[in-house]
Ligand binder design. Structure first.
Ligand code: NAP
Length: 475
């Protein structure tokens, strides 16, 4: 196969070495991408810097570009083309991949709106005697070149959550997509550059390893901000490698959900079954830990087991598939080892725990798990959910909070006082009542505490992160 080029300064770029990309489900080669190096990063950053300095784009033009992308992605044929790319490279079931494309459309629309509404404010200088007679304005100006580094699990929409707000803010971008899933990102860049009128240097894509290409982007003095989504280990490493840059981090999680006896137990079980296994649990807000009240625990566990056992496991391109392969065999084997460790520590496999004939790990429900097992403490990033029992809701709050992560938590209850208390006590970036922690709309402020990160994404919030206040005084 010939290389699918990346884009630097508007040009299609290939390299002497190639990286073949394989579908996680069946191992087939689906394409080949360039292997960029620090020299490509240098060219890309120079192009981005020159674009911002020599050809700044007014807000109306930037908003038009963003709207044009949304328009194209809303076209059914185009949406299907992107969904198939996602399904193939990430092993995301096609129905879920279509939902990702739809969400991406919305990310671009909200970014266009944020672009049109981007404004600073007047500073009331005459509120002090020294300022009397002067006019003060705090304007929002672009922070500078943005370096975007993205993970494999939402290869289109998480790329969009970085590119679209950057363009809205007036920042040119250099993007380093995940090595396992580069095609959604490259195709999106082609859409922006070739069909939506974004001038060349405004968006540059470099493929290659995070350790070399990602690190070169992080190290580059002309990159003003790194926006990163991925694992805590890599994210905090970037934070300490670039102490003088703005670094925004969206990291991992092991999301808890509490189920109270007054909730609709069947509905909660059905939602949790999907939220724990969608994209094989490879979502940063996938349900991992369930704390169910003892009075309803038996019925809940039976209902959850039945829902999970019914999930269709298979080829991501099959319309019926609900759960497919993990991103690679290494991760599948890691998750299996964690399940085995939990079982060795006394856990019970309620359903799943094995692989099917195609080597796909079946969705797994565990009970009686030691709270210190890795399936509780760490982020599994696989189709595994752990069910624990509580008597008092405060006990459940304490266990839910007992984590180094802090992205989303949730509670199912119809007791208003308990729901309100949950929103006060649960120490997470987001608390969802009567749905799973996996619920997200793209315009929400979204982000975590502690090891889950240090920022909030959602176009309006990201645009704010990607701009700075410039104070202007007229004497
Ligand atoms: P990852 O291994 O941390 O990789 C993320 C990105 O960082 C990839 O593009 C990777 O490149 C690059 N990278 C690796 N080492 C680097 C380095 N030393 N310097 C600069 N860049 C480097 O994460 P992942 O496995 O793709 O994604 C899974 C993680 O993302 C999970 O922890 C998940 O919870 C988190 N996540 C968080 C959110 C959120 O919004 N909070 C959303 C989605 C996912 P290569 O691919 O070339 O290694």
């Amino acid at each position: 196969m010939s290389q699918h080029p990346v884009r630097i300064d508007g040009e299609a770029v290939t390299t002497s070495t190639s990286a073949p990309i394989h579908a996680p489900y069946d191992g087939q080669e689906i394409g080949v991408v360039p292997v960029c190096d620090a020299g490509h990063v240098e060219r890309a950053v120079a192009a981005a810097r020159a674009a911002m300095r020599q050809a700044p784009l007014p807000a109306w033009r930037r908003a038009e570009v963003l709207d044009a992308v949304a328009e194209l992605l809303a076209d059914p044929a185009r949406a299907e083309e992107f969904a198939r790319v996602i399904a193939r490279e990430a092993a995301k079931p096609i129905v879920t991949a279509r939902a990702e494309v739809q969400r991406c459309t919305s990310t671009f629309r909200f970014s266009a709106a944020a672009c049109r509404g981007l404004a600073g404010h007047e500073v009331p200088l005459d509120a002090s005697a020294a300022g009397e007679g002067r006019l003060g304005v705090a304007r929002r100006v672009p922070i500078g070149v943005v370096g975007a580094i993205t993970p494999f699990n939402f290869p289109l929409n998480l790329v969009a959550h970085k590119l679209a707000p950057a363009i809205a803010a007036g920042c040119a971008v250099v993007l380093k997509p995940a090595s396992q899933t580069p095609f959604s990102a490259i195709r999106l860049a082609e859409l922006l550059l070739d069909e939506c009128g974004l001038p060349g240097g405004w968006l540059n894509v470099v493929t290659g390893s995070g350790r070399e290409v990602g690190a070169a982007l992080v190290d580059h003095d002309d990159v003003a901000m790194i926006t990163f989504t991925g694992s805590p280990e890599v994210g905090w490493g970037i934070r300490s490698a670039a102490p003088r840059k703005k670094v925004s981090l969206e990291l991992g999680n092991n999301a808890p959900v509490i189920v109270q006896p007054d909730a609709d137990i069947a509905a909660a079980a059905a939602k949790i079954a999907v939220a724990a296994t969608s994209h094989a649990g490879q979502s940063c807000i996938s349900v991992q830990r369930v704390y169910v009240h003892r009075d309803v625990a038996g019925g809940f566990l039976d209902a959850l087991a039945a829902e999970v056992a019914d999930l269709v496991v298979g080829d991501p391109l099959d319309e019926a598939t609900q759960v497919s392969a993990l991103i690679d065999e290494g991760n599948r084997d890691r998750v299996r080892t964690w399940i085995e460790e939990a079982v060795a520590g006394g856990a019970r496999i309620v359903v799943g725990g094995d692989v099917d004939t195609a080597g796909v790990l079946r969705p797994t429900v565990l009970a009686d798990v030691d709270a210190d097992a890795r399936v509780c403490r760490e982020e599994v990033f696989g189709p595994v959910v752990v069910v624990d029992v509580h008597d008092e809701v405060d006990e459940a709050f304490a266990r839910a909070n007992d984590t180094r992560y802090g992205l989303h938590a949730a509670i199912f209850t119809n007791d208003l006082a308990v729901a309100r208390r949950a929103t006060e006590v649960l120490d997470f970036g987001g608390v969802i009542v009567n749905d799973t922690p996996t619920w997200r709309a793209d315009q929400m402020p979204y982000g975590g505490l502690r090891d889950s990160g240090n920022t909030r994404e959602g176009p309006a919030y990201t645009v704010e992160e990607m701009t700075e206040l410039r104070t202007i005084v007229f004497a």
